[in-house]
Write a protein that binds this ligand. Structure first.
Ligand code: ADP
Ligand code: MG
Length: 255
């Protein structure tokens, strides 16, 4: 390997897909003002699976919404796939989200009038992008959804609905997938299946995933846990375990 190659590989491995610098988010004014994010710095490398954890009201949802371009920070910078989010107008933010971000929500957020397949394809259609059929078929198969694509959400179990949402989030190979309490409405078995799958997608597809969760059991599936309290990152734990996260949450004043 030449020096140039090794430098390029180091840069490639070292680059953040998404990063936040000095991120501040203030809600309200005067006496009722809440500083939901207080100078947050964080970078996320390609192919990593990160959990954002912390007590209720610590700023997890706010951080996720700002990173994903769903909400605007009061000050600070966010760099997503080489683009600065601050200073973008609403249309540019919408386009950036559509083309580079995938979402998985606690409540699945599938359209009830659409089949599983239509739900999966909708974001790509809105973006005017072609679907990679081979990739979609492999996602459908490995998530156990073969034969379910013609069903509407009401004809699917909760676990199946969330797996449809996972295919929808991953199929466009977005720079980042954000998951907001993705196991919140799932039983233990389906939670395990979902978290194992997200872990394998980060490994085999190089998919970068940032997940907000209350579930300390989720810690053992992720590469890294960020523990928030009062809008600040208190701990950045590599290779977390359920125990290490429970201890960190206790120090953070957690649940
Ligand atoms: P978490 O997701 O960790 O529970 P949030 O990010 O939802 O925390 O909230 C962080 C803080 O910001 C809390 O004090 C919350 O009450 C406040 N907050 C969140 N959203 C709003 C809003 N739209 N208006 C005013 N305050 C808000
Ligand atoms: Mg929240």
């Amino acid at each position: 390997m030449t020096n140039t190659q090794s430098i390029n590989q180091t840069i490639g491995q070292g680059a953040d897909v998404i990063s936040a610098a000095h991120l501040v988010k203030i809600y309200g004014e005067g006496d009722t003002q809440v500083r939901a994010l207080d100078r947050v710095n964080a970078g996320f490398k390609k192919g990593t699976f990160t959990a954002i954890m912390g007590p209720s009201g610590s700023g997890k949802s706010t951080l996720m919404h700002c990173l994903a371009g769903l909400d605007r920070a009061t000050s600070g910078q966010i760099l997503l796939g080489g683009s600065h989010l601050e200073g973008m107008d609403d249309n540019a933010l919408t386009t950036l989200r559509r083309d580079h971000v995938g979402f998985i929500f606690q409540s699945f957020n599938l359209l009830p009038t659409h089949t599983a397949k239509e739900n999966i394809l909708l974001p790509l259609e809105l973006a005017g992008r072609k679907v990679d059929k081979v990739f979609m078929a492999s996602l459908v198969k490995s998530l156990g959804l073969t034969g379910r694509l013609g069903h509407r959400p009401s004809q699917l179990s909760g676990g199946e609905q969330q797996r449809v949402a996972v295919v929808r989030a991953l199929v466009g190979r977005p720079a980042v997938v954000f998951a907001d309490e993705p196991t919140g409405a799932l039983d233990t078995r389906n939670s395990h299946h979902l978290l194992s799958y997200l872990r394998s997608a980060s490994r085999t597809e190089g998919q970068t995933i940032i997940m907000v969760t209350h579930d300390t059991k989720a810690a053992s599936y992720v590469d890294r846990a960020l523990i928030l309290s009062d809008g600040q990152i208190r701990e950045d734990i590599p290779s977390p375990t359920e125990d290490s996260v429970i201890t960190a949450m206790r120090f953070a004043g957690g649940e």
